[in-house]
Design a protein around this ligand. Sequence first.
Ligand SMILES: *Cc1c(COP(=O)(O)O)cnc(C)c1O
Length: 963
Amino acid sequence: MTANRISLEALERGTPFAQRHIGPDSEAQAKMLAQVGFASLDELTATAVPDVIKSTEALNLPEARTEAEVLAELRGLADRNQVLSSMIGLGYHGTFTPPVILRNVMENPAWYTAYTPYQPEISQGRLEALLNFQTVVADLTGLPTSGASLLDEGTAAAEAMALARRVGKVKDGVFLVDADCLPQTVAVIQTRAEPTGVEVVVADLSEGIPAEVAERGVFGVLLQYPGATGAVRDPRAVIEQAHELGAIVTVAADLLALTLLTSPGELGADIAVGSSQRFGVPMGFGGPHAGFMAVRDTYARSLPGRLVGVSVDADGNKAYRLALQTREQHIRREKATSNICTAQVLLAVMAGMYAVYHGPEGLAAIARRTHRYAAVLAAGLRAGGAEVVGEAFFDTLTVRVPGRAAEVVAAAREAGVNLRLTDADHVGIACDETTGREQLAAVWSAFGITELPAIDELDAATEDALPAGLLRSDAYLTHPVFHQHRSETAMLRYLRRLADRDYALDRGMIPLGSCTMKLNATTEMEPVTWPEFGGLHPFAPVEQAEGYLTLIRELEERLAAVTGYDKVSLQPNAGSQGELAGLLAVRAYHRANGDEQRTVCLIPSSAHGTNAASAVMAGMKVVVVKTGEDGEVDTADLHAKIDKHRDELAVLMVTYPSTHGVFEEHISEICAAVHEAGGQVYVDGANLNALVGLAGPGAFGGDVSHLNLHKTFCIPHGGGGPGVGPVAVRSHLAPYLPNHPLQPTAGPETGVGPVSAAPWGSAGILPISWAYVRLMGGEGLKRATQVAVLSANYIAKRLEPHYPVLYTGPGGLVAHECIIDLRPLTKATGVTVDDVAKRLIDYGFHAPTMSFPVAGTLMIEPTESEDLAELDRFCATMIAIREEIDKVGSGEWAKDDNPLRNAPHTAAALGGEWSHAYSREEAVFPAGVSAADKYWPPVRRIDGAYGDRNLVCSCPPLDEYDG
Ligand SMILES: *Cc1c(COP(=O)(O)O)cnc(C)c1O
């Protein structure tokens, strides 16, 4: 009847998700295009992207679906995962995430959308949370300096091996690993050791270090405490023996066990590593979880990864910051301590908060409960005639059932419990915080034990099985923060208070070049905390993970389609690990061809610091290629270096679009020159947000790339992790992708071994990227890229009259980010890039990337998700700041006393004395800032050097809390 009837089918389609993900609507896009001087998005990207790399075909991906449809599909996949009670152990345990932490940290964008705390003034909340984590690890391990998380236990142990080799007295010799270490840890260590020429010896150290190994020299020893079999052995004698040999001793320890057992530090260990997963972080089929490392004081300055420290701000107040930032790979490159960049911040925050909420008594009670179940379980097994191996254990038992292990494991599975099939004769059983009487009964019956006394009777008749000589007697977690938040109200408010100190994407734009801080849609996030995704053990039988495996296979295939590669592995749990995996594949390929001498890795000087660090870890020799004036790879220098190293050339690592934010036109030519010399081309895919749907690195010359799903594919940054860094390869490198000893389906038989502890790395967050691709479809993804390029060019055009834009590519256009050059202004006025970054805080912004890849510049990446109003607010702010700089230049404001130099200003500026030439209003409410919506930084500018000189990396003592 009515003329404006809309079809049911159209209404069912609703608002396409792409319109939610992409900030500027078509009207805004038209305005932005006009500013940039193009009639359409297609016309813009046709000019910006060089012809030689442009894809001619649309992405081969399924049609976009609505949010409701995608959630329903994910529900279907979740239903195909079977969550049994997990008693597999091996470093992954059931845990009860306190709902107050689940909802207010893990599911809270104030925490999960934050960036790495490189701008400490707007990151005090997560820095405090990380300091709590460091304190937990330091206290429980008995070693004073802990970092703010590593990627997982296996890689933490591998980092410990590298650290031991770096700082130890013994420079040759082997790395000795006790046979009772976690099997996946041993495998990760072997993967890491091989390319760096380290020999790993695995031996039973229960009777000490075998003489024939000692004779060869030992630079490091790794022990597991408690062991993989569950055995708790006193390691003091082995540690002493190792020290006599000059070796550095690492103890891989279980934090929950350490609440009851003597700490590794007290036992004499130099380094402790492990996983904090069972402190409230779901297993998630392998991750993400925060690995940890703590060391003796002497090694504090050699710790891999990030370290939070205490310093002071401009008013002398206590403030937190990342300590020793100069150690980061950005500065140290091939001399870096490790390649780790993105870590596991969100999960470290959760683990730290779990300890804050439970306190030392609560944690010990959880440990006691866990132990008691294990003790009663063992008593029942023994009473029923089974042979429990060993007397001393914490939570894990090994039971000997000659020839019957598989049968027992199968029976338990029937009863809803997964056990570990250690070998044909042994079954492993691990108890945890979630173990109950029901599981005990199921296990006994799986062993064929039916006639048992009541559990309470068994309990009454059973002693603890913790060795008397190893009971912990010192106090830990004595700091007030672990005692003040025991009620849920107190905890809720503590979490809120910390979150409110921080600036995350839920407040405004984070225009960080190279980091792609785009929307992390709620629909994408929701499934992550569904138990069907969170509750799976990484070594659960694959039949129980059908939903996961389908999702993983589809995501791998779709990422291959997007990048133009043939095969993808999702195992690497950060971009840095993807780099390592990719380079290991290149290495293995050359060796398979008999080209063992091909070890030179060419890296342009503008590359991200992880590139060089990863190359060294892959056993390669880094040769730096110059960058030209125009920001492009200096092709003359490249050709010279190729010629010079022709026979040893392994690979060129090149970022595309370049770290300078331009589409280099010579890329195909560069790839061809490297191939012609017998080398491989590694395209660092961190900037894939400029390419998706327009060009694929696998199609325009790359042999291998890593992607950062926490940049391009919507996994939130978490304040510095988690991430996923898939490695994508062309078919000739596919046989050398990572695999896993405990999950044969996770990679090729001919693979290079695992680069992560878990078969599919941080599987628990893969639903996010899967959902993003499903919601957007090929068209939506391409549109997102085009708008990202449009937004960057819009900003470049608007800021150009005020700040020089450093590099442009074809058509005078930038790619998805742009670099503005502050150096001439700094020279003329003394206002530095730091001053501008801190002044942006007063205006309610997170600074762009500072001084990377060019010192004295800002790199701005708006992404497609910021709408025009936010882009305009940013441009207006940058222009207003330019006017402020002019006032310093003209002498109206003194060089050493102006709102830029004194930024950021806190609420304290509104009271007390005021002796500046500018007003209080100019300080805290500069143009465009509303008093109602003001973001107040909690501290003033932080003195970095002070914190590095006075290294404090755990919660400072109480008396410092008064000021
Ligand atoms: C982010 C980034 C990396 C490292 O990735 P992580 O996930 O942080 O390890 C490597 N290269 C470039 C260009 C990057 O921007």
